[in-house]
Write a protein that binds this ligand. Structure first.
Ligand code: NAP
Length: 480
């Protein structure tokens, strides 16, 4: 039987594998449905894909990279970094690529992990490192569009928009990165926007050769840069908890909008009506200028139906508009709180995660859930962030998880006590209540179908790290 079965070889799965190796463990596997490591940074290949957190912070603390080409590195560089880490720390040989997990079932003292090819793997513990943003969400509209169509996370490699009329549904963090490309290439771009988004400048400076060699030869300089980014972002976390501070950022964004978009009608369409930070803050210098170009139309009427080669919208007065298109791109986000996978993880008593959570994921420390012994989540419920790098959260979770996995070497099973889980969830619910995510007047993927915020960690990363360091086994029930 395998000791630890890690599902997913993205930042979380690789990070845990590397730390297990550093502890001298070899009794684990990583099951990865793709053909390479990298998770979201392997899957999202749309033009312009990049991280909106500075790379010197959006990387493992134990694997600094002096060679980042710019402040916010592109997807290809982040993917290369993760591949390098998998080689450098010798964890590739633990990866089984092309294995899609379709379900997991607790059998009393171990998990049975079921794979798409019909095979089963017995594992003492399972770590879900599947990433919250891995299951594309595709809304269903009446009718069918029959031209080329795909989700932004499954960008078609051969798609050439030159000379085409392209429609884009959605204007979140993904769309904002590829829309400038489409505007340049397509003959016409129609953006179907439901909610105007806040966009702030992205000062993406290039690191020159001299800087990179300083980072390489004088690691403390790079460490100071990382610490500077870390603390600046930690201070920024206050703005999410005290949204009035956000007005400064709104003022900056509106100034950028006024500068980028001369047409008052278009500017009105693009002016958000909620408090900045309620949805993910978008970083871009070329998104609004792209929308102001003559070959672009921003449609704010709601989508009524799809036709063979058109999207039909309807305004408040009931008038219908037909937008003829050659291709349609869904930039409609991901299934975060209602992943289809939840119904296929069956814990103690034969109950699935979907049944236990009932639309609102809850976990002790964002890491384990009562009723699911020896099952752990990396970037689980309430560990998402709006202000800084989630890699910091992943690392804090991994260090805590290592304590549990050490204990499980001699114990049969371990799961959180109901009291510990309830207390944690209550504290998070209380802390998130007055933050901008809950009070900013928007509908975001941070809120689940019950209206509860089950994705965001509402405080600083420092506080989460401290919490995770302070917790040992007191919140768990251990079965010898
Ligand atoms: P998203 O933020 O969830 O945006 C989805 C977009 O689709 C929204 O504009 C949404 O409109 C729209 N939409 C959804 N359903 C719709 C419907 N039925 N009709 C019309 N419009 C609809 O998705 P995303 O842009 O892929 O980003 C998801 C997350 O990925 C981000 O929040 C971020 O955490 C992460 N991400 C990070 C980076 C990075 O640089 N690190 C880059 C890309 C993505 P509404 O706003 O009205 O709901």
């Amino acid at each position: 039987m395998i000791g630890v079965c890690i599902i997913g070889a993205g930042f979380s799965g690789l990070g845990l594998a590397i730390r297990l190796r550093q502890e001298g463990r070899e009794d684990f596997v990583i099951l990865e449905r793709g053909r390479e490591v990298g998770g979201t940074w392997r899957d999202n290949t749309y033009p312009g894909c990049a991280c909106d957190i500075q790379s010197h912070l959006y990387s493992f603390s134990f694997a600094p990279n002096p060679d980042w080409s710019r402040a916010y590195s592109p997807q290809s560089e982040i993917l290369r970094y993760l591949i390098d880490c998998s080689e450098r720390f010798d964890v590739r040989r633990f990866c089984r690529f092309g294995v899609t997990v379709v379900g997991c079932e607790w059998s009393g003292d171990h998990w049975v992990v079921k794979c798409a090819d019909g095979s089963e793997i017995a594992a003492h513990s399972v770590v879900m490192a599947v990433g919250p943003l891995s299951e594309p969400s595709i809304p269903s509209f009446d009718g069918v569009f029959r031209g080329p169509r795909f989700h932004s996370a499954k960008w078609e490699a051969g798609f050439d928009p030159r000379g085409l009329r392209v429609g884009v549904i959605g204007n979140g963090a993904s769309a904002v990165q590829f829309i400038p490309f489409l505007q340049r290439e397509a003959s016409r771009l129609v953006l179907f926007q439901r909610t105007a988004a806040w966009v702030v400048p992205r000062p993406n400076r290039v690191f020159h050769g001299l800087e990179k060699s300083v980072f390489r030869k004088l690691p403390f300089v790079r460490a100071i840069l990382r610490a500077g980014i870390y603390w600046a972002r930690e201070v920024f976390s206050y703005a999410f908890r005290y949204p009035r501070i956000m007005r400064v950022l709104e003022w900056m964004a509106l100034r950028q909008l006024a500068r980028d978009v001369g047409d008052p009608v278009l500017r009105a369409k693009l002016t958000p009506s909620y408090t900045i930070g309620c949805k993910r803050i978008l970083l871009s210098d070329d998104y609004w200028p792209a929308l102001a170009a003559p070959n672009v139309e921003v449609v704010t009427e709601s989508i009524l139906r799809l036709e063979d080669r058109a999207v039909v919208t309807r305004d408040a007065a009931g008038r219908e508009y037909r937008h003829e298109l050659d291709a349609l791109i869904y930039a409609t986000g991901f299934r975060v709180t209602d992943s289809p996978f939840y119904s296929r993880v069956i814990g103690r008593g034969g109950r699935s995660l979907a049944e236990v959570w009932n639309g609102s994921p809850k976990a002790y420390l964002g890491t384990t859930t009562r009723g699911f012994p020896n099952l752990f989540f990396l970037l689980g419920p309430n560990t998402g962030l709006g202000h800084t790098s989630v890699v910091l959260m992943i690392e804090a979770q991994i260090e805590h998880l290592l304590k549990l996995l050490r204990r499980l070497r001699s114990a049969r099973a371990l799961e959180p006590r109901s009291s510990a889980q309830d207390e944690f969830v209550r504290a998070v619910d209380r802390d998130v209540q007055n933050t901008v995510w809950n009070t900013g007047g928007c509908q975001s993927w941070y809120l689940d179908r019950t209206g509860r915020n089950s994705t965001i960690w509402p405080k600083s990363v420092v506080s989460y790290r401290k919490l995770m360091e302070s917790k040992n086994l007191e919140g768990y029930e251990v079965r010898e």
